[in-house]
Design a protein around this ligand. Structure first.
Ligand SMILES: [Zn+2]
Length: 404
C-alpha cells in the first residue's frame, strides 16, 4: 500500500482507468481527476482534458479510484484482541499511545479516511483526533465523542464516567462540549446477551433523562449517536430524536419505517456480533452461545436487507475494538455481511462513503469524487461493484493533510 499525502500546494492529475464517484450504479472509464489547492477541482474524461505543464500526472492504469472509506463506529482505545489488556494499557501512556497509533495506521492502510469514535472512559479518542490533525501519526480523520453518556452502575463503565440523573447528564455533556467533541454518544441499553435469543441488557435512561441528554447535545450543535438494542430501547431513542441508531439489534420493521421517514441513520454493526465466531475469539463461547450468535447475526442481516428496501439511511460501522473486530482489518467483513444479506454492492459502497460522511457531519467534504470535495481517495485493483473483496488491499490511499 502506497500512501500519498495531498497538501494545499499539491497539483496533481490522476489518470484513472475506472472511477466510482460515490453515487453512480456503474464505474466511468478513462477519467482524469484534477486536484488543486487541497480539493478535487475537476473530474473529466481523458479525451476531453489536458494537464497543465507544471502539474504532475499520476498514472493509475488498471486501478479503480473511489472515495476513501468511512467507519462510523470504532473505539480506538480498544484493540479488539484483548479487552482487559486494552483497559490496563490506559494507565500506561506510552503503551496506549503506541496502540492507538497502530490502530490509526491500520485504519488508513485499509482505505479508511474518516472514522467516528464511540468513546472511551478516558476520552483518549480526543487525543487521537489531535494527533492526526497535527500530523503526529498517520491516520483517518477522527470524529470524536470523547466519553459516552452512560448511567452509573449500568453497562458501559469503560465508555464513560457514569451519570446519576438529569443534572449530572447536563454536567457531563457541558464538559464534553468544552472538550469540543464532534458528536455525543449515549449508551441507552445494555449489550446483547448470548444466554437467550433476543435478550438485551436493561435500559439505562428513562424518556425524561434521554430527552435531557438529546436536548443538551442538540442545543450545542452536536448530533447524538445512540447505542441501543431491543425494540423498547429503539422506541425510546426515536421518540427522543437521536440522529443515529448504533447496533439496533432486534429493532422492528415499524421502527425502520419511522427511521426512513425521518432520515435517522442506522449503523447496524454486524461484525460486533458476527465476528465473535471468527477463529481468534470463538473459543470463548459455548456451543449454545454460538447458536444464539448466529441466529442474532442472521436476524440483523434480514433487517439490513429490509432497511435497504425501505430506504433507511444505512451507514457502515464495525465497532472496531469489540472482540474479534480489528481496526481497519475487519472493515471488509462488515461489507461482506451486508452483501450476504442481499444488499447490492453500489448501495453498500454508498453506505461506506457518501452516506457515512453525512452521518459524521462531513457531507460536502468526504464521500464523493466530485469538484469541491477533499481528495481523500483510494485506488484498488479491480471493480468493487463486481467484487467487494478488491477493497481488502487498496494499492494507494490519497489523504489530505489537516494542517491549516
Ligand atoms: Zn461501540
Amino acid at each position: 500500500m502506497k500512501l500519498v499525502y495531498i497538501t494545499p500546494e499539491t497539483g496533481l492529475d490522476l489518470l484513472a482507468d475506472s472511477l466510482w464517484d460515490g453515487q453512480d450504479e456503474e464505474c466511468r472509464h478513462q477519467v482524469i481527476i484534477s486536484i488543486r489547492r487541497g480539493r478535487i477541482a475537476a473530474v473529466r474524461f481523458q479525451e476531453m482534458a489536458f494537464t497543465e505543464k507544471n502539474v504532475r500526472q499520476f498514472n493509475l492504469s488498471g486501478l479503480t479510484v473511489l472515495p476513501g472509506l468511512i467507519d462510523a463506529h470504532v473505539h480506538l482505545a480498544l484493540d479488539g484482541i484483548d479487552f482487559q489488556a486494552s483497559l490496563a494499557r490506559w494507565q500506561d501512556p506510552p503503551a496506549r499511545e503506541a496502540a492507538m497509533a497502530r490502530a490509526l495506521r491500520a485504519s488508513l492502510e485499509s482505505g479508511l479516511v474518516a472514522i467516528r469514535d464511540g468513546g472511551d472512559r478516558e476520552g483518549l479518542n480526543l487525543q487521537a483526533r489531535e494527533w492526526v490533525r497535527a500530523g503526529q501519526y498517520p491516520g483517518p480523520r477522527v470524529v470524536a465523542t470523547g466519553m459516552a453518556v452512560t448511567k452509573k452502575g449500568k453497562y458501559g463503565s469503560f465508555l464513560g464516567p457514569g451519570t446519576t440523573g438529569p443534572a449530572s447528564i447536563r454536567e457531563l455533556i457541558a464538559g464534553l462540549v468544552n472538550l469540543n467533541v464532534d458528536q455525543v454518544k449515549i449508551v441507552l441499553s445494555g449489550l446483547v446477551t448470548f444466554q437467550r435469543y433476543g435478550e438485551v441488557g436493561s435500559l439505562e435512561f428513562d424518556a425524561a433523562e434521554l430527552a435531557t441528554a438529546v436536548e443538551a447535545a442538540h442545543t450545542s450543535g452536536r448530533p447524538v449517536m445512540a447505542h441501543v438494542n431491543s425494540a423498547p430501547g429503539v422506541d425510546l431513542a426515536l421518540a427522543a430524536g437521536v440522529d443515529s441508531i448504533e447496533h439496533g439489534y432486534f429493532l422492528t420493521t415499524a421502527q425502520l419505517e419511522t427511521m426512513a421517514a425521518r432520515g435517522t441513520y442506522w449503523v447496524p454493526t454486524v461484525a460486533a456480533i458476527a465476528n465473535r465466531l471468527s477463529d481468534t475469539v470463538k473459543r470463548f463461547y459455548l456451543e449454545r452461545e454460538k447458536e444464539i450468535i448466529e441466529r442474532t447475526r442472521e436476524a440483523q442481516q434480514e433487517m439490513i436487507a429490509r432497511a435497504y428496501r425501505l430506504g433507511v439511511k444505512l451507514v457502515v460501522g464495525t465497532d472496531a475494538g469489540a472482540p474479534g473486530v480489528y481496526h481497519g482489518a475487519s472493515y471488509l467483513d462488515e461489507l461482506l455481511y451486508w452483501h450476504q444479506a442481499g444488499v447490492p454492492a453500489a448501495a453498500i459502497l454508498r453506505a461506506a462513503t457518501v452516506i457515512a460522511a453525512a452521518a459524521l457531519g462531513l457531507d460536502g467534504e468526504l464521500g464523493m469524487v466530485k469538484p469541491g470535495y477533499r481528495p481523500c481517495l483510494i485506488a484498488v485493483r479491480g471493480n468493487p461493484l463486481e467484487d467487494l473483496k478488491v477493497l481488502a488491499r487498496p494499492e494507494i490511499v490519497f489523504i489530505d493533510t489537516l494542517l491549516p
